[in-house]
Design a protein around this ligand. Sequence first.
Ligand SMILES: [Cu+2]
Length: 364
Amino acid sequence: MPLRRLAVALALVIFTSSAFAKDVYLSITGTVGNFRTDARVFNPSATKDITITASFLPVGNGNNAGVSSTTFTVAKRQQKVLDDVVAAIFNTSGLGAIRLSCPDDFEATARIYAQVATGTLGQFVPGLQPGAALTKGVLLQLKSNAAFRTNIGAVNPTNSTATVTWRLYDKSNALISTGTAMTMPPFAVIGPTNMAGGLFFGVPGGADLNDSWVSFQADQPIFAYSSVIDNATTDPTFIPAVNDSGETIIVQPPTAKVYTVTLRSFSITFSPEPDVKQGDQVTLNIVNQSSDLHGFSVIDPNGNILVPAMTVPGNKAPISKSFTAAAQGSYTYFCTQPSCGTGHDNMFDVFTVGKASENDRPGY
Ligand SMILES: [Cu+2]
């Protein structure tokens, strides 16, 4: 057989036998209280009945690597109806994700709803393959106020521990809260949890979370979703995470910085070393530890006088001056008493004020 034909034949063998295997996750399903979940599984093949291996991954953020599995078949070109799937297929109850695996192609969806007299439509949950899991994503169009609440849930579809950091942004796109880094064991599932309830975020009073959004970063790809619920009607909306291809920008809140500035003949020293970010409120306690008369002044990078020229008599109590470091760049400070001595020209230096924003680095 010519080499090329052999290669084609080998490729066909690999393609048609064990090479294809599909995993699909339904991020939230359950049989709990009056909540039920109906699932549907579709077999697109016109020629072959397929066998699906199914595992129920309970919520609780525990290691689900060892859960048992069961199987069911789907006949060719059929949509299999799996009403109350958690009880029907797994003979159990509670909330969890469902993992479906098959050597052949298939599709799956679910609907989780409340079983009440009038019935509810509930939420449709897409079946997602692990390739759709995200290490950086955003949850958009969230609401948390008197009329609506927002739940967040997540699934780790990997056999590794995932560490996830969540960030909440308000209506004005300001960072409201950075959640504590969350550890998700292999195949762990976090059930839908009120985002303003503490597990995800401590939300400051007065935050406007009408049209809020959440970003997350994880060291393993995860499935995340939010569920926005109308508190009056209980109408829910399922919002899967979408990819975040950009860099997270963290705006640090301004902080108060206090330094002791010591004038000597002939030097000016800061204690501690200046570490000022744009927007910081800076207080300088200026003291002259010599018997000579010195002076002091600070000018910002744009030439604005932040501390006007002042005299600082020797061996007296410190004099306090405060300013806001509004501009980035070099701030100049110097002695304003040319008659203080021959070393006067040495009493001159700068400190640098950096950006308040710092980009996230991977592996934080
Ligand atoms: Cu001087």
